[in-house]
Design a protein. Structure first.
Length: 405
């Protein structure tokens, strides 16, 4: 053992002497003592450590001053109160920071929303002003005659006044939105007189200026005497006559299911109409620029932009025509099932093997259903069953132990 290892083990050796612990093995103790006898420097350092520790152990414990424990307890309680207050203060501070952050977010969001609305209104006003100037320019180019003076005391309007009044009337008519409601329905009916019902229904639809968009008739059941049919009809009728056709069908058949729905597409319709109007204004401006363009690059760019805008106009116009068609002509999905006046079902008696097979399958299904129900019951009441089982096991063991004793 060298001096460095000796110095590292001094504290452990001294503790082992006082506490009589087994931190050091007998071999290490023997090496430690041999090195201490052989090395005077290490022995002197050990002696200093040993005297210091002996002096500490020789000190007598002093009594605590009177009331020390009470004062210590009071200080501990006050320290706890201070900690709780600090926590409350920190909590209040964090709540205030969070509330301030939320208010800032709402304020920024509100400001951005107002800014976006203001910019949108400004853009719309600019478009309206430009479109108005363009229309006035087009009227001037068309060579409209100048305004003629009115005679004093007369109530006649000039041509420009009458045309402006007509324009305002047309704009007012356009601004008054007309509701766009799509009506549709589906009926599942049964009838004994299949041919008579279909024929009368076709005639009624023609009389109401409607038509059958799609018709499918198939054989549902075929017996020795007759074939029972099934039909699917997609009927289109004017919306104002929708209820009359529904009533006509219900009075001549047995209705199994009836579903009527109305869909309001007014907002969607006029949104698309506004989009088309704005696109047409843009197209007019681009065509005006196209007529004045001289550079090939500008001409090609304008052609591409005009083509894109025209494609969007055509797509939205197609959607408007489709909505107009579905609004003006309601749709009825009609399913007709032909049935007999009295249907007789004759069932052949099953054989022995068939009945045994069915009985076995039924018994097996019953056992499986019972096991599933038992598992579900055990899982559902597990929180009640487990404590009861544990208590039962404990009682059983105690009773068994008492009997043995």
């Amino acid at each position: 053992m060298n001096c460095i290892e000796f110095k590292e083990l001094i504290q452990d050796y001294i503790d082992d002497e006082f506490d009589d612990s087994t931190m050091l093995t007998s071999e290490i103790k023997k090496e430690f003592e041999e090195h201490m006898e052989a090395c005077p420097a290490c022995k002197a350092e050990f002696t200093v450590y040993q005297k210091m520790i002996n002096s500490i152990h020789a000190l007598k414990p002093e009594k605590l001053p009177e009331g020390y424990c009470k004062r210590l307890n009071t200080k501990i309680k006050s320290a706890r109160v201070d900690i709780i207050r600090k926590k409350r203060i920190n909590f209040t501070k964090y709540v205030g920071i969070a509330a301030t952050f939320i208010l800032v977010v709402f304020a920024v969001n509100f400001a951005l929303s107002n800014l976006g609305g203001y910019s949108k209104n400004a853009r719309d006003m600019a478009i309206n002003e430009n479109s108005g100037s363009y229309e006035s320019k087009g009227l001037a180019d068309a060579g409209n005659p100048p305004e003629s003076p009115k005679s004093e005391g007369s109530n006649e309007f000039t041509k420009d006044d009458s045309s402006s009044n007509q324009t305002q009337g047309l704009l007012a008519a356009k601004m008054a939105p007309q509701e766009k409601i799509i009506k549709s329905g589906s009926l599942y009916i049964e009838t004994i007189e299949f041919d008579k019902l279909v024929e009368s229904l076709n005639q009624e639809i023609r009389d109401k200026n409607g038509y059958i968009e799609n018709s499918e008739i198939s054989i549902r059941v075929k017996t020795e005497n007759k074939s029972y049919r099934y039909a699917n009809l997609n009927i289109r009728v004017p919306q104002e006559l929708f209820d009359d056709i529904i009533k006509f069908i219900e009075e001549r058949s047995d209705v199994n299911s009836r579903n009527i729905s109305e869909s309001d597409v007014t907002k969607n319709y006029y949104d698309k109409q506004n989009v088309i109007t704005n696109l047409e204004i843009q197209e007019s401006r681009l065509r005006e620029l196209y007529s004045k363009a001289e550079n090939i690059t500008d001409i090609l760019a304008l052609e591409n932009e005009i083509r894109r805008i025209r494609t969007e106009i055509d797509a939205n116009s197609f959607d408007l025509r489709d909505i107009d068609d579905r609004v003006s002509m309601a749709t009825i999905q009609l399913s007709i099932t032909e049935r007999g006046d009295k249907e007789v079902n004759i069932k052949a008696e099953d054989g022995l093997w068939t009945r045994a097979k069915k009985g076995f399958i039924k018994t097996t299904n019953s056992i499986i259903a019972f096991i599933q129900s038992l598992i579900i019951w055990l899982i559902s009441y597990a929180l009640f069953i487990i404590p009861v089982v544990i208590v039962g096991i404990i009682i059983y063991r105690r009773v068994k132990k008492n009997k043995r004793s």
